[in-house]
Ligand binder design. Structure first.
Ligand code: FEO
Length: 391
């Protein structure tokens, strides 16, 4: 990947097309990139390592860019193993290099590698600086974006923000994402840091005081035009403050024998007939769970439709609501559709799960289906559609 805004910052990351699940849970059909950067100043600096499976490729990238030079510093911004796995190998390969990181990160190194590199470490905190010749790097603490030890780094000479996990996206860098940056960046954001809106807001406040000409994240493409930078920051502001991004309704459902599915298809039709321009439909048992999570945050209105099951709700709906709750789901309108052949209680169960959530408003019209749609439940669906478009 080319770095346009600086001749002496080199991309030394890798693309992963073999991964099945990123971080053990995220489907990544476009692969994944683990970014790493090398600064060739009077002193040389590597920013972060890569996933363990790419150790040799990464070391080869460093060597190729260094020519006959060596590395003076490794800056470790984040200790999650997709970035940190090769710290010990790096330390062995470049025995004179210093390792620069936060105190918490060194404690994690001890746990991961049995070594906190005491004789060669430089512990940095908020505002500390590292000068390498023409570059001056300022370290900024970014706890919980996405782990507690995270730092990001601002290069005052090139106005570059090395943003760690922030502003990353799913997808390898050597494939064109047909949907552009937003879709997989949003799925990544709500999947990975969605819970940490407050810390992300804190980081954005710090970033607002900086003149940023390029963002170099640890996943996904470099952002190096004023438009892409402004857009990414604005999207992060919306997402981390839990604001609605787009007008629309998400209908998330489970259906055991197809009757609840028939009902939600009908509801979609009713909403569209009433002028609703965007109705996203997600089968929680079959569609990508994290795609549905991002849609739940993207839109302001969500309909949850499920069956009563073992005196509770169908497992995929339970899992979905659990994902929303652990990401502090809030400030949304929720409509409920329940199905049950003898004692439908799913709506009550779903409502109670959001008891502690802030700013959730439930629609007055709750649709109860007893096995299959009939004239009465179709009437309730129409009333729910009417209410949703009126809110
Ligand atoms: Fe990309 Fe939190 O690791």
């Amino acid at each position: 990947m080319k770095i346009n805004h600086s001749n002496d910052i080199k991309y030394i990351g890798v693309n992963d097309h073999d991964i099945d699940l990123f971080e053990g849970q995220f489907d990544v059909p476009l692969g994944m990139a683990y970014n790493s950067y090398l600064v060739l100043d009077e002193k040389t600096v590597v920013f972060d390592t890569v996933d363990a499976r790419f150790a040799q490729e990464w070391l080869g990238n460093i060597k190729r860019e260094l020519s006959s030079r060596s590395v003076d510093y490794l800056v470790v911004q984040h200790m999650e193993p997709d970035h940190s796995a090769n710290i010990a190998l790096f330390a062995e390969t470049y025995p004179d290099a210093k390792i620069v990181s936060s105190e918490k990160a060194f404690r994690m190194m001890k746990n991961f590698f049995g070594d906190d590199f005491a004789s060669r470490r430089i512990v940095v905190k908020e505002g500390d600086k590292l000068s390498t010749g023409s570059h001056e790097f300022v370290f900024v603490e970014a706890p919980m974006v996405h782990w507690p030890e995270v730092i990001v780094t601002y290069d005052t000479s090139t106005k570059t923000l090395f943003s760690a996990d922030g502003f990353g996206k799913f997808g390898a860098n050597d494939v064109e994402d047909p949907e552009g940056w937003d879709c997989e960046a949003r799925r990544y954001y709500f999947g990975i840091v969605g819970k940490f809106g407050v810390p992300v807001q804190a980081l954005l406040k710090k970033a607002a005081g900086l003149d940023i000409r390029a963002i170099l994240p640890l996943h996904g493409p470099i952002l190096d035009t004023p438009e892409t930078i402004a857009h990414a920051i604005a999207q992060y502001d919306t997402w981390s403050s839990y604001r609605v991004e787009s007008e629309g309704v998400l209908i998330a459902y489970t259906s055991v024998y197809g009757n609840t599915k028939k009902a939600v298809l009908k509801l979609k039709e009713m909403l569209e007939a009433r002028g609703c321009k965007k109705v996203a439909l997600a089968d929680l048992a079959r569609d990508d769970m994290h795609e549905t999570i991002e849609d739940a945050f993207r839109y302001g209105k969500v309909v949850l439709a499920t069956t009563t099951y073992n005196s509770g709700i169908f497992p995929f709906m339970y899992e979905f609501i659990h994902h929303l709750l652990e990401r502090n789901y809030r400030d949304r309108i929720i409509g409920l559709v329940e199905n049950g052949s003898w004692a439908p209680t799913a709506a009550r169960t779903m409502r109670s799960m959001f008891e502690k959530s802030q700013g959730i408003k439930f629609c007055d019209n709750v649709v109860t289906i007893t096995s299959a749609l009939n004239t009465s439940s179709e009437g309730s669906l129409a009333a729910l559609a009417e209410e949703l478009v009126s809110l």
